[in-house]
Design a binder for this molecule. Structure first.
Ligand SMILES: [Zn+2]
Ligand SMILES: [Zn+2]
Length: 387
């Protein structure tokens, strides 16, 4: 055990000292895989090296990336001396690899398969910021012109998608895997996605600025829904199910006391028939509900909004006595009794309903009794809990 551990450690040390772009994985059966980028002569190479009897080199398999394909070298087409250790082998690679194939690149275009040349070619400080981590394993594009809050983070040299700023319902990873085979293609595809999502972001922009968005908190470029007050005790939840078809896939839910919700649903369905495609979502919603503006909180002067929310007893959930839950949910549910002013979180109420014999769920709407005044209470947990 100890010899295996120490051989693994000394291998990591060697890679750290001499071959920074390479990572090693020593298996329990004594075999070893080394992969990554390697400076060979004056070129970066992507390689995978299998050593079934590490630290011996016999039966090695070396795969070298050439023109997006790995070429295999073994003892049959590469001469390796028996007393060589890994370090001898790596240091002699520039001579061992056939020179023609090693630099099989036209002089004018950047070398293909050379991720570092690709990165340099993509460095356009006027159009976006480009960041690379210290170990050269992650590249991040951010602060795009026109799309300032967006970012794309890829693994190097695999180009695997690590993080991004568009909604998770967009299968960005799949799209990249299918149609982006180089760093540049990945960036071009991402910018195209952002351009296609412009109507989606434009539609939410006015809502974010002119409505009191309660959930999500804070709303980011990744969120495709917003919850905000329509009137006292009544909230709208607007969701764009397919951000590429923002308005066509829009879903509007009304959350509030039963009677009010059913009345407003009629108002909404009448209004949707007269949707004006010249106007954005915000203006259409105002028109549908015959409002000049959506209610905004009346923060006294310039008080810290967050502090105010947390300290305000009236805003708290009357089941768990806090304001925001971990995922940013705020208490939005109230009962049908207009004299009962108590509110609670959908999640807390759902738990409460589950302990009650009277609780029922029908067509996504749950019915039960108010935990405080025992009046009827119905709410769509599905709408509030993102189920
Ligand atoms: Zn609660
Ligand atoms: Zn009540």
């Amino acid at each position: 055990m100890d010899t295996k551990k120490s051989s693994s450690e000394s291998l990591q040390q060697l890679l750290c000292d001499k071959y920074l772009g390479l990572l090693a994985d020593v298996k329990d059966d004594g075999s070893c895989i080394i992969r990554g980028t390697f400076m060979c002569g004056d070129n970066w190479l992507r390689l995978k090296l299998y050593l079934p009897h590490y630290p011996a080199l016999n039966n090695f398999e070396l795969y070298v990336m050439e023109k997006f394909e790995y070429k295999l070298y073994t003892a049959t087409n590469m001469t390796v001396q028996e007393d060589w250790m890994l370090e001898d082998f790596m240091d002699r690679l520039p001579q061992l690899l056939p020179p023609k194939e090693r630099i099989d690149v036209p002089k004018i275009t950047p070398p293909q398969g050379n991720i570092f040349a690709d990165i340099l070619a993509l460095h356009k400080p006027n159009e976006y910021r480009l960041q690379i981590n210290e170990g050269y394993t992650r590249i991040r594009f951010c602060e795009f012109v026109d799309f300032e809050k967006h970012y794309l983070e890829l693994g190097l040299p695999s180009l695997e998608l690590l993080d991004h700023s568009v909604p998770d319902c967009i299968p960005l990873g799949e799209m990249l895997e299918k149609s982006a085979h180089s760093l540049e293609e990945a960036l071009v595809l991402f910018l195209k996605v952002l351009e296609d999502l412009r109507p989606f972001y434009d539609n939410f922009m006015n809502i974010d600025e002119l409505c009191h968005v309660l959930q999500p908190s804070p709303a980011t470029t990744k969120h495709n829904s917003r919850v905000f007050p329509l009137k006292d005790r009544v909230y709208l939840k607007v969701t764009s199910l397919d951000p590429f078809a923002c308005l066509a896939s829009m879903e509007i839910k009304i959350i509030g006391p039963t009677d009010e919700v059913s009345r407003l649903r009629h108002v909404l369905s009448d209004g949707l028939g007269n949707w004006d495609s010249e106007m954005d979502m915000y203006k259409n919603l105002l028109r549908i509900f015959d409002l000049l503006f959506f209610p905004m909180p009346d923060w006294a002067d310039d008080q810290d909004q967050k502090m105010d929310e947390e300290d305000n007893q009236d805003l708290r959930c009357n089941i768990c006595f806090s304001y925001r839950l971990d995922k940013g949910e705020v208490p939005l549910v109230s009962c049908d009794n207009t004299k009962c002013v108590l509110k609670c979180h959908a999640a807390c109420l759902k738990e409460w309903f589950q302990t009650q014999l009277e609780g029922k769920t029908f067509l996504e709407v749950s019915f039960g009794l108010c935990p405080f005044c025992k009046a009827k209470l119905s709410t769509s947990f599905a709408a509030l809990l993102d189920e």
